[in-house]
Design a protein around this ligand. Structure first.
Ligand SMILES: Nc1ncnc2c1ncn2[C@@H]1O[C@H](COP(=O)(O)OP(=O)(O)O)[C@@H](O)[C@H]1O
Length: 281
């Protein structure tokens, strides 16, 4: 992060990110857009990447953000994980969050900014630099706050047909021992009206995880549909906001991981990244 982000909680209607305070209502965009560094830039020579992943629930943001973060050596920070960690802890915040999350609603900007600030601050203390944000920003207000405190290089918007998203959310499973994510859904959507079909094999767990799979409490059909509706309402302006800054990269996933991963690396001009890294070492 270019600047240290500190959380200084003030009154209930004011919250802070970095040196700035925000009212819960007012909205503004301050600094002019930073220069577009983008994916074409040689990530080996500059500071670590500061990227954002946008996309509907179930699109696979977590999977691709996590793979890229391992490749680029930057932390993958998923606000959904921060919320689930806070939910798992005891205390009043956990109770407050569980009601919101289990209805598929968004938690307040104040709470999410506080959770993210704390996570970034802890990372900085450990010497982390750069990040791939997954699930943040989710609202225009969050995007404006983020833009006030740091430069985002690139926003990757992952896309899948809506019909696929619900099935993918319902197929999600996590091993409660190793923490890895899997998906048991078989997707086979036929192409129509000029749109290509899409098929995805399930991502099945290894035998040792099979009996330890858990499903997220908010991955029920009703809650997933509510999350998709809320995402569509709040994401449109975000896409436009980043598009107007020349930072948005749209990426239609062509299928499952085996087809999509190499194409995503190509789109990010990272297809020969590993080779370049070992040549430079
Ligand atoms: N940036 C955010 N703003 C508000 N709420 C958030 C944010 N990120 C995560 N959450 C909360 O955590 C829940 C789970 O988030 P996530 O794991 O990103 O799920 P999804 O599958 O919907 O992308 C969301 O439904 C929401 O309640």
């Amino acid at each position: 992060m270019a600047r240290v982000l500190r959380v200084a909680r003030s009154s209930s209607s004011l919250f802070s990110f970095g040196s700035r305070s925000y009212s819960a209502e007012a909205s503004h965009v301050s600094s002019p857009p930073p220069p577009f560094l983008g994916a074409r830039r040689d990530v080996t020579k500059e500071r670590n990447v500061q990227w954002v992943f946008l996309g509907c629930p179930g699109v696979g943001k977590g999977t691709y953000a996590s793979r890229l973060s391992s490749l680029l050596g930057v932390p993958h920070i998923a606000t959904g994980d921060l919320v689930r960690d806070a939910l798992a802890s005891s205390g009043p915040l956990s109770q407050q969050l569980s009601e919101i999350v289990n209805q598929g609603k968004l938690v307040s900007d104040e709470i999410i900014v506080n959770l993210l600030s704390k996570r970034l601050e802890a990372g900085e203390a450990k010497g982390e630099s750069g990040f791939i944000l997954d699930g943040f920003p989710r609202t225009m207000r969050q995007a404006e706050i983020l833009g006030d405190v740091t430069d985002i290089d690139l926003v990757v918007n992952l896309k899948l047909p809506e019909e696929v998203l619900v099935d993918k959310c319902l197929g999600r499973r996590t091993c409660n021992q190793c923490g890895k994510g899997f998906n048991i859904a078989h997707i086979n959507l036929k192409g129509e009206n000029g749109k290509p079909g899409i098929s995805m094999d399930p991502l099945l767990p290894p035998p040792q995880c099979m009996s330890k799979l858990i499903t997220r409490a908010d991955d029920t059909e009703e809650v997933v549909k509510a999350r998709l509706r809320i995402y569509n309402e709040t994401s449109q302006p975000l896409e436009e906001y980043y598009r107007s800054k020349g930072k948005l990269m749209e990426f239609d996933l062509p299928g499952g991981i085996p087809e999509s991963w190499p194409r995503l690396l190509e789109a990010l001009r990272l297809d020969d990244y590993e080779e370049k890294q070992s040549a430079a070492a």
